[in-house]
Design a protein around this ligand. Sequence first.
Ligand SMILES: Nc1ncnc2c1ncn2[C@@H]1O[C@H](COP(=O)(O)OP(=O)(O)O)[C@@H](O)[C@H]1O
Ligand SMILES: Cc1ncc(COP(=O)(O)O)c(C=O)c1O
Ligand SMILES: [Mg+2]
Length: 276
Amino acid sequence: MALKKVLTIAGSDTSAGAGMQADLKTFQEHDTYGMVALAAVVTMDPQTWAHDVTPLPLDLLDKQLNTAISIGPDAIKTGMLGSEEVIKRARQAYDESGSEIFVVDPVMVCKGEDEVLNPGNTEAMIKELLPKATVVTPNLFEAGQLSGLGKLTSIDDMKKAAEKIHELGAQYIVIKGGKALESDKAYDLYYDGQKHILLSTDKFQSSYNHGAGCTFAAATTANLANGETPEEAIKHAKAFVASAIKNGWKMNDFVGPVDHGASNRIEKIEVYTEEV
Ligand SMILES: Nc1ncnc2c1ncn2[C@@H]1O[C@H](COP(=O)(O)OP(=O)(O)O)[C@@H](O)[C@H]1O
Ligand SMILES: Cc1ncc(COP(=O)(O)O)c(C=O)c1O
Ligand SMILES: [Mg+2]
């Protein structure tokens, strides 16, 4: 059977733990055919590892989107988009694609960097992306921004934020408590408009977790393309990224990426679920 075609509209992380590199590696691990339309290139200062984001010219993004859409992706994921213009283009590309799976990873900051990439982006994501999102995968910070609730510190806060984001049009929401929520387990909250499900795994080391969010959203996209329900897709994506984090490794004095292949190559991790 032909592989499902999965397109990421995202940035390039030259260190290759996050961004479109994480997406492509994760798509491959899920037996899907990964494709890319590149929106920006992130480079790091070798001395300080400060991130520098260089957007690609919009006409070059348009050419890539035209090509990719003509191939007929079965599912589309977004990652770092960088500007309101690019967010609009991503929405148009999804509308034109005929695909019915749109996974929005609303990347606002890079881990280790606390400056929001561009505040106007939040409004554009709310207006352009959420109404079309099959699944949206904000981390704790991003969920606070999208919901307008600000800082979230508890599962109860996450439930309220998920309900707000659902009202904005996203069909399925998963808020990643993950590294940011103070807790003994790694919790994520799933909401489908009716029930809240708390997903958890053991909490593993968090020094070498670069790319965890991208990997989680890419795995969700691939699982949906392969026919899983949103609930299954997210649960399996969480197991996949938990193994990737457990086996994360030190790249240099600044960063350590997750091991995108760990779930298939090294070990499976169990995910627990309960309705809350
Ligand atoms: N230390 C950890 N151990 C296990 N799972 C984790 C850990 N940190 C994050 N996760 C999981 O990894 C996924 C990505 O979460 P997170 O790192 O918070 O996202 P982002 O990279 O977008 O900020 C989520 O499923 C989260 O629960
Ligand atoms: C291109 C790109 N996309 C997305 C991200 C976000 O990565 P994470 O999966 O750690 O949230 C980064 C972070 O460096 C990045 O460089
Ligand atoms: Mg992220």
